[in-house]
Design a protein around this ligand. Structure first.
Ligand code: XMP
Length: 504
């Protein structure tokens, strides 16, 4: 496979993901990963990721590039390009004008099937002013900076080929993997199911039982189904907690679906406990932490402690794993997504994480192999803290009621219009703002509700969905007519970045 060295970019994991799409296994390691370990892996190629630092600043993450060049072909992306330029004798400086977002680059050398002019996604403040000796500048940006350089066994790019918004990004990676590294395809998604089932059977002892927390989402459902296939339903105890922050009718509907697909599941209604703990809390991170804490308490009480439970299964995905290995100080936590951290330590259970090598789309494919219904696998992602981060500010039962009704209308209309699966995630946000309206000849003073719908392939970057005006008009009418407490509806037209998908 390939070795990707992480210098702290938000996009590092996407490099691995794209390589897999092309049929190549890859592993992400810290930029400090020892050279001997890399040599042992006999990589087809090594990729240096982007990162937030300036390569010429003291304390920026460094690594001997010449040494890596002796192991295999090398690719540098953004910071990776600057690092190898800096180390191999070229020059990196601050850009006069920074290039963020879309840009065009013009190739002067043919790279696989990539056209000579293309749109790319960039995010950098530094540029290569002079390429190292023996390197050619093979593409320039519209801003007249070197966008790609090539030397013997080395390709370096100023833009990000791994993000979905760069055109022909896959072709560029393919050129590196196939033409420069001569890598044979070694990642075979269709056979993952059998491999994972036998891994679980090897890891979990023949008398051991396993506990699984279900969220209603794709990942935990796939994990529970996989374990049930591997170990039998009697040994796999699933718990589905109602935290009072789920969508309208979600708890009952999802519980029924779990039973239908044959999971051994217990539903626990803990909505009062969560709402009580959230009382008076307005800060988003505070809300997340509170929910995480109450979840652990509830979960701990939810199963029979006399059972020989030795393991806790989690739907950890590869992106979560990488987040926790990244050792570059520069990358910042934008939101803390890990709602159940600390759980296994407290419960003294071993961890089973059968999908920790997979990305979301691979988990969906695995779910399909396991026979899970299409509608289950193609649900929009739903955050662990649920509606609590979509009711901005303090959460009350009344506000939850409003958002549940509005969300139900929005999602039903999306399904009716055949748009649900074209959209990565769609939801309502209840704003802590009231405005004046007029409804039925009377003055009202009620909440503003924002609609959010984004396309994305991974949740890392996202764009708002361009609905037809007529669709927005209908949804807005339905919501203001049917949902008491809302007299104004707005549509969020912010991409990520600079916004995030959720509002909190
Ligand atoms: P943002 O808002 O950071 O979200 O652009 C990216 C993706 O993550 C989901 N999200 C969460 N998921 N716990 C979760 O399990 C959280 O605290 C959380 N916050 C955001 C979000 O819905 C989107 O899919």
């Amino acid at each position: 496979g390939f070795v990707i060295l992480d210098f702290g970019s938000q996009f590092t994991q996407l490099i691995a993901r794209r390589l897999r799409e092309l049929g190549f296994y890859s592993e992400i390691h810290s930029y400090k990963y020892p050279t001997e370990e890399i040599i042992k892996k006999k990589p087809y190629g090594i990729i240096l990721s982007g990162g937030p630092n300036s390569v010429y600043e003291a304390g920026s993450p460094q690594r001997d590039v010449a040494e890596l060049r002796n192991i295999s072909p090398l690719m540098g992306v953004c910071y990776g390009m600057q690092l190898l330029t800096h180390q191999l004798g070229g020059k990196v400086t601050k850009a006069h004008h920074r290039e963020y977002g879309f840009n065009y680059v013009n190739w002067s050398t043919q790279i696989g099937s990539v056209p000579s002019k293309q749109k790319v996604w960039m995010s950098h403040g530094d540029v290569v002013e002079a390429a190292p000796r023996g390197f050619n500048v093979i593409a320039m940006s519209d801003g007249q900076h070197p966008a790609a350089i090539q030397g013997e066994g080395v390709l370096a790019l100023q833009f990000h080929p791994e993000v979905a918004h760069t055109e022909f990004g896959l072709d560029i990676l393919k050129y590196f993997a196939e033409d420069m590294c001569k890598a044979p395809a070694d990642w075979d998604a269709p056979h993952i199911k059998d491999v994972l089932i036998s891994d679980v059977q090897k890891k979990v002892g023949p008398a051991d039982h396993v506990l699984v927390g279900l969220s209603g989402g794709v990942d935990s459902t796939v994990v529970a189904t996989l374990l049930t296939k591997a170990l039998g339903a009697e040994r796999v105890h699933c718990v589905f907690v109602d935290n009072g922050l789920l969508r309208k009718n979600e708890f009952a509907n999802v519980l029924e679906m779990y039973r239908k697909i044959g999971l051994n599941v217990k539903g626990v209604d803990a909505s009062e406990e969560f709402l009580t703990a959230l009382k008076g809390k307005t800060d988003p991170e505070d809300k997340r932490k509170t929910i995480g804490r109450v979840f652990i308490e509830v979960f701990d009480k939810s199963y029979d402690h006399k059972l020989p439970i030795k393991w806790l299964a989690q739907g950890t995905l590869y992106p979560d794993v990488i987040e926790s290995v990244s050792s570059v100080g520069g990358s910042v936590t934008i939101k803390s997504h890990h709602n159940v951290g600390g759980l296994p330590e407290k419960m003294k259970l071993g961890l089973v994480e059968p999908v920790r090598e997979l990305f979301k789309d691979e988990v969906r494919a695995l779910g399909a192999q396991l026979g899970l219904p299409h509608q289950m696998l193609w649900r929009h992602p739903f955050p662990g803290p649920g509606l609590s981060i979509r009711v901005l500010g303090e959460i009350t039962k009344e506000k939850l009621q409003i958002i549940k009704e509005a969300d139900d209308i929005f999602i039903s209309e999306l399904r009716r219009a055949g748009l649900y699966e074209k959209i990565w995630q769609a939801f309502c946000v209840l704003l802590p703002v009231k405005t004046v309206g007029v409804q039925g000849d009377a003055r009202t003073y009620d909440h503003v509700l924002a609609l959010r719908a984004v396309t994305s392939s991974d949740g890392m970057t996202a764009d708002w969905y361009p609905f037809e005006f007529q669709f927005l008009r209908e949804v807005s009418n339905l919501i203001t007519n049917k949902v008491k407490g809302v007299n104004r509806v707005v549509y969020d037209v912010t991409s990520k970045p600079p916004g995030t998908i959720e509002w909190e």
